[in-house]
Design a protein around this ligand. Structure first.
Ligand SMILES: Cc1cc2nc3c(=O)[nH]c(=O)nc-3n(C[C@H](O)[C@H](O)[C@H](O)COP(=O)(O)OP(=O)(O)OC[C@H]3O[C@@H](n4cnc5c(N)ncnc54)[C@H](O)[C@@H]3O)c2cc1C
Length: 462
């Protein structure tokens, strides 16, 4: 039996990742008395094993590519190789700086920070290190961990997860990436830039399969050009160790050999043995179920982030965490429109989108009510300067708002901010066409795409 900590908090949060710490920061800002319980490091997956370190690797990869390609721009550069210790030092420096900043922020907002593994002990309490932390409300934010497939054991050496890949002490000569989703294609891209021979295995018919099919096809074309191999549409059937690596077999009989196998088949919720079921929280395959206000079926318990079956993105965790804090503080937050959440895959070239795909729009509105327009970056000055190719595809409800923006090209992730305003404010093509976009920017391509959709194309054919 745990001792009662003397204070009764307004909010006790289990898990200090994106979802949990955002709720803590916003709750404290709104005057709530908050306890935040974390067993590992404040910042969770995103800061230590996800968004930030992967993007540092991808940036190092971009520099490696630029060093190789200098002559294309008339600059004398040579690529001498990757100093992996140097890459890790750079990546860890970025993470450490942000980690310190975040710790300072939590302390300055007067959040009670508790280090230790917590367990839900009732609908209003969490036990940690033999102490009971009682709250008027509990927020479950225990996040997710890498998943594997039945019979596929991650040994951390030859068969690895993204956690291992981020700290690998070498650039593998060759790698098989199992899973062509966001995490898989990002590692494939970074490793290829570092000089590895990479093959992606994806069971579905396309890479980044949840994106608009046009984006998947453009990415596949770009990866093919970069020499990234991929096998689509056949499932993994087994792996065996070879003398110096692994041999992966697919159901269609194909086999691939490489030094390492990265398993990137998704992430599963962290909810086992944490007392959730005992407290009566409704769950589905390990995910905690919550309504649009992130409230579970137990009125005193909410849940956010990768633990709930919404998009597994850090900014979704932030938004859900803030929503819970605002609701508990008596504000009336608006539920999240998940289609309106921007999604970026930071491979080379980048894939960015917001809103719905053309296929989904046709399902929702009927095929004859949907208009799709593609604007090729070949007509965009800045993209030409950068020597990047790709497209912006707009999906519009006929005579109505733009309901989908799908972009492929280097740095196009930076354009998703305007795209999200267009989608979320239900802009008409003519309204966006009215806005003057700076020349020469890649952002201008978004303006030009809307000019074309509004019937007055400038640098594109009618
Ligand atoms: C390789 C990779 C790249 C990614 N890139 C991006 C990206 O570019 N952009 C993006 O938006 N998202 C990205 N993500 C996803 C993003 O990291 C997650 O969506 C986000 O971290 C989820 O936040 P969370 O708070 O739900 O969970 P987590 O960040 O997983 O945090 C949960 C926390 O709870 C703690 N915890 C668990 N159980 C307990 C317990 N019993 N007691 C105490 N503490 C506990 C854990 O230690 C952890 O710190 C990436 C993920 C990965 C793996």
């Amino acid at each position: 039996m745990a001792n009662d900590a003397s204070t009764v908090f307004d909010l006790v949060i289990l898990g200090g990742g994106s979802g949990g710490y955002a709720a803590a920061l916003r709750g404290a800002q709104l005057g709530l008395d908050v306890a935040l319980i974390e067993k590992d490091k404040l910042g969770g997956t995103c800061l230590h094993r996800g968004c930030i370190p992967t993007k540092a690797l991808l940036h190092a990869g971009e520099l490696a590519d630029q060093a190789r390609e200098g002559s294309e721009f008339g600059v004398k550069t040579t690529f001498e190789g990757i100093d992996i210790d140097g890459v890790h030092k750079y990546k860890d420096g970025v993470v450490t700086g942000l980690y310190k900043g975040l710790q300072g922020l939590i302390a300055s907002r007067k959040v009670t920070y508790v280090t230790g593994e917590g367990r839900l002990s009732s609908p209003t309490s969490v036990d940690v290190n033999g102490e009971r932390y009682t709250g008027r409300h509990i927020l479950l934010a225990t996040g997710s961990v890498p998943k594997s497939l039945p019979g596929l054991e991650i040994d951390g050496n030859r068969v690895i997860s993204s956690d291992h890949a981020l700290v690998l002490d070498r650039v593998p000569k060759s790698a098989i990436v199992l899973g062509g989703g966001v995490i898989g294609v990002e590692f494939a891209s970074a490793w290829k830039s570092f000089g590895a021979d990479v093959t992606i295995v994806e069971a579905l018919p396309h890479l980044v399969p949840v994106e608009d099919e046009n984006s998947s096809k453009l990415l596949e074309r770009a990866f093919r050009k970069r020499g990234i191999n991929f096998s689509l549409g056949s499932r993994f059937s087994g792996v065996e160790y070879t003398d110096d690596g692994v041999k992966v077999s697919l159901e269609n009989g194909k086999t691939f050999e490489a030094e390492v196998l990265l398993v990137a088949v998704g992430r599963g919720p962290v909810s086992q043995g944490l007392g959730y079921e005992e407290a009566g929280v409704a769950m589905d395959r390990g995910y905690v179920l919550a309504d649009e206000y992130m409230q579970t079926n137990v009125p005193t318990i909410s849940a956010v982030g990768d633990l709930v079956p919404t998009l597994q993105l850090a900014h979704v965790g932030f938004a859900e965490g803030m929503l819970v804090a605002e609701r508990l503080a008596g504000q009336n937050p608006v539920p999240i429109d998940y289609d309106g959440v921007p999604r970026v895959t930071y491979c080379h070239p980048e894939v960015a989108s917001v809103g719905i795909t053309e296929a989904k729009a046709k399902e929702l509105y009927g095929a004859d009510k949907v208009v799709a327009l593609k604007y090729n970056l070949a007509g965009n000055g800045k993209s030409k300067i950068l020597k990047t190719t790709g497209e912006i595809k707009l999906v519009q409800v006929r005579d109505g708002a733009v309901v989908g923006v799908h972009m492929v090209g280097d740095r196009m992730g930076e354009q998703v901010g305007e795209a999200q305003l267009i989608y979320n404010w239900e802009a008409l093509p003519a309204e966006v066409a009215q806005l003057v976009h700076a020349h020469p920017t890649q952002n201008e391509a978004l303006g030009e795409a809307h000019l074309a959709l509004a019937g007055k194309p400038l640098h594109s054919h009618d």
